[in-house]
Write a protein that binds this ligand. Structure first.
Ligand code: ZN
Length: 350
C-alpha cells in the first residue's frame, strides 16, 4: 500500500481493511456527500463522499510501477446517461464515457483497477474529465512493489474551498442595490447570483451594472407572474423580453432561469430550453419571503451542502442584514460562494 485517499472526506477511516486518509493531493474539483446506504460494499462511509468535476489527483511518488484502485458511486443522478466522464492515469485514458448509473445504479459501489502504471516523473497523475454532468471519485487506493509515497517533498497547500454553494437573490433590482453590493463586497460573500425581473430594471441599468461587480445576472422572467397555466408561447414572450431587458442594461445574455414562485411546467422548461436557459429552483429555501428572522436565514444557510443553491430575495431586509453571519458561517465550514452551472444547476467553482 502506497496511500489510500477518501475523496471528499475531511477525516480518514479504515474500510474493508484499507486505511484511507482524508482527501488530499487533489487539484480542483468540488466535494459532495450523501447519507444513503451504498449497495455492493461495506465501505459505505467511504463511498458516501465524493470529489466531482474536471480535476486531478497529483500524488508525489518515487519511481516505480503502481496499481491503482478507483472507487466510484453514483450518489447524485438517478437515471442512465445523466453522467459521463473519462479517467486518465499518467496521461493515458483508462476509462471512457463512464456512466455509473448504467454500471451499478443509484447508490451502488463501482471499483475499477488500473495495473502496471509506470511513474518516472515523481508524480502519479489521475485526471478526470467531465463529459456530461461531472466526473466523480469516491476514493482511490494505490499499491506498489517498488514505488513509495515521496514524503521528501512539501505537501501542497490545501485548497481554501472544500466545496461551493450558490447564494441567490431574486426579485431585483430594488432601490437599495448599493447596500447589497457594498455588504457583499465588505463581507467577501462573492460571487452571488441575482435572478432579476425586467419589469424591475426599468431605467435602472446602473443597478444591474453594480450587481455585476459581485456576481451574475440571471432571469426571473420579465414580470413576476406565476406561469403555471402559460402556453409555451406566453412563457417564451416573458423570457425573451427579460433577456432583452437584461442585455439592454449591459449584462450578458442569461443562461439560467428561475421561474417566479418556483412554478415549473413542461411549457416553462421547454420554452426556457429553446432560449438557452437552464431552469432551476432551489435546494434550500431561506423563507425570507415568509418573515424569517435574520437568525433563521443564517440557520438555513448553515444547512447547505456543497453544490446546493439557496433562495433569498433582494427585497427582504433580513437577508441583507444576514450577509455578515452567512459569510462567517460558510468560512467556518470551508465552503465558498460559487456560481451556478448552466448545464447542471449545481453550485460550482466560479
Ligand atoms: Zn420571485
Amino acid at each position: 500500500m502506497v496511500i489510500a485517499i477518501d475523496s471528499g472526506a475531511t477525516t480518514g477511516g479504515t474500510y474493508e481493511g484499507i486505511t484511507f486518509q482524508a482527501d488530499k493531493y487533489y487539484d480542483g474539483g468540488s466535494v459532495s456527500s450523501t447519507q444513503d446506504p451504498i449497495a455492493g460494499t461495506t465501505a459505505d462511509a467511504m463511498y458516501q463522499t465524493e470529489r466531482y468535476g474536471t480535476y486531478s489527483y497529483k500524488i508525489p511518488v518515487t519511481t516505480g510501477t503502481f496499481t491503482i484502485k478507483l472507487f466510484m458511486a453514483e450518489i447524485f443522478n438517478t437515471a442512465a446517461a445523466a453522467r459521463s466522464f473519462h479517467v486518465s492515469v499518467e496521461g493515458q485514458r483508462v476509462l471512457s464515457n463512464v456512466d455509473l448509473y448504467t454500471l451499478v445504479g443509484h447508490d451502488g459501489a463501482y471499483e475499477y483497477v488500473v495495473e502496471n502504471v509506470r511513474v518516472t516523473d515523481g508524480t502519479l497523475d489521475i485526471a478526470l474529465q467531465s463529459v456530461v454532468d461531472n466526473g466523480t471519485l469516491s476514493g482511490l487506493a494505490i499499491y506498489s512493489a517498488d514505488g513509495k509515497l515521496d514524503t521528501s517533498r512539501p505537501e501542497p497547500e490545501p485548497s481554501n474551498c472544500n466545496g461551493y454553494v450558490a447564494i441567490t437573490y431574486d426579485d431585483g433590482p430594488t432601490g437599495n442595490t448599493s447596500n447589497w453590493v457594498n455588504s457583499l463586497k465588505q463581507n467577501g460573500l462573492t460571487p452571488v447570483t441575482f435572478f432579476v425581473n425586467g419589469a424591475n430594471i426599468g431605467n435602472n441599468a446602473a443597478a444591474i451594472r453594480q450587481m455585476m461587480e459581485v456576481g451574475e445576472i440571471q432571469s426571473h422572467a420579465y414580470d413576476h407572474v406565476d406561469m403555471g397555466n402559460y402556453s409555451t408561447q406566453q412563457v417564451t414572450d416573458q423570457l425573451s423580453r427579460n433577456n432583452q431587458a437584461i442585455q439592454n442594461a449591459g449584462a450578458p445574455k442569461p443562461t439560467i432561469f428561475r421561474p417566479p414562485y418556483g412554478t415549473v411546467t413542461n411549457n416553462v422548461r421547454s420554452a426556457a430550453s429553446a432560449l438557452g436557459l437552464y431552469t432551476i429552483t432551489w435546494d434550500v429555501d431561506s423563507q425570507d419571503w415568509n418573515g424569517a428572522s435574520v437568525q433563521n436565514i443564517v440557520n438555513a444557510v448553515a444547512r447547505m451542502q456543497p453544490g446546493q443553491v439557496i433562495l433569498m430575495h433582494q427585497n427582504q431586509n433580513n437577508s441583507l442584514q444576514a450577509i455578515p453571519q452567512i459569510a462567517a458561517n460558510l468560512k467556518q465550514r470551508g465552503l465558498c460562494p460559487g456560481k451556478i452551472s448552466p448545464t447542471t444547476g449545481r453550485a460550482v467553482a466560479p
